[in-house]
Write a protein that binds this ligand. Structure first.
Ligand code: ZN
Length: 301
């Protein structure tokens, strides 16, 4: 039987009106919040576990996976991306940038915390996809350009190679990468690897409250089997220097390349304060204690 057109339309209209409103639409968390990110990553902290992007503060956004950070700083003249995670994470980082409404082609610079495959593995692909320039301190740049782990890295032997990227600028301590109103300052903090770099920048919210964000590099001094820090006094001095510098970073909001290293997801979830000017000092002191323990255990061997 064929219904007259008017009857068919009324029936369709009636069905639409009487259809229940999906409960999920009402209860859905606001997209791109830190709470939504923490919830999505609850129970998932794998290095390639996909995460939604999130707004952190001012012009600063989280675009990494659940287990490895990637941080986007945005501006009208272009953006700065710090870290890209594992090689497999590159498509997710690009998708997260797009989901926030930003264009990958507007990323002007890509920076790194350190030269290991879990943070710099995606760098070459991200550089290709964005057309961005790469800047790094000398020891990191050597690894990024060759793709080969450094033989003076205590973790040498455990480290995977990465796809080589083109390094456009070599940085020294205190140099800043400037894009419009963005100024990200490099701090040489070689506690975890020879090229370890921490980054700080000021960011302001819509109410002109301004905070210093410290993206402090990994602080844990670990090694491949058989390596003894006590046989490398120069390396020990570098670790101590790196930790001293991390403790002294301007640091209202601490972000770290491994979110778990500073309970970032718990802080994003609101279970601990996100803004804490003592966070870098606490983070460095804990690493110093672990390192002292390592040296003490080596001298007992
Ligand atoms: Zn590392």
């Amino acid at each position: 039987m064929t219904l007259p057109l008017q009857t068919a339309l009324s029936a369709a209209l009636l069905a639409a009106i009487s259809a229940p409103i999906p409960a999920a639409a009402e209860a859905a968390p606001t997209p791109h919040t830190m709470e939504a990110l923490a919830k999505a990553c609850s129970g998932h902290d794998g290095w390639t576990d996909p995460a939604p992007p999130a707004h952190v503060f001012g012009n600063t956004w989280y675009v990494g996976t659940c287990g490895i950070s990637a941080v986007l700083i945005t501006g009208e003249k272009g953006h700065v991306l710090i870290d890209g995670g594992m090689a497999e994470a590159a498509p997710l980082v690009l998708a997260n940038i797009a989901a926030l409404g930003f264009k990958a082609r507007d990323v002007r610079w890509i920076l790194v915390s350190h030269e290991h495959f879990d943070h710099a593995g995606a760098l070459a692909e991200l550089q290709r996809a964005t057309g961005a320039k790469v800047a790094a301190v000398k020891p990191a740049a050597a690894v990024l350009e060759t793709g080969e782990p450094a033989s003076d890295d205590p973790q040498y032997g455990d480290l995977k190679g990465i796809a080589p990227a083109k390094v456009d600028r070599i940085l020294t301590d205190g140099d800043s990468i400037v894009v419009g109103a963005i100024a990200a300052t490099a701090h040489v903090t070689p506690a975890h690897s020879p090229g370890s770099t921490s980054w700080t920048w000021q960011t302001c919210d819509k109410a002109f409250a301004c905070r210093m964000i410290a993206y402090a590099d990994s602080a844990t001094a670990i090694s491949a089997g058989g390596y003894r820090f006590t046989d490398h006094p120069g390396r020990v001095a570098q670790v101590r220097e790196g930790l001293t510098r991390i403790a002294a970073l301007p640091c209202d909001i601490l972000l770290t390349p491994h979110p778990s290293a500073s309970a970032m997801m718990e802080r994003f979830a609101g279970k601990a304060p996100l803004i804490d000017a003592s966070a870098c000092r606490t983070y460095a002191q804990a690493a110093q204690q672990r390192f002292d323990g390592r040296l003490a255990s080596e001298s007992k061997d």
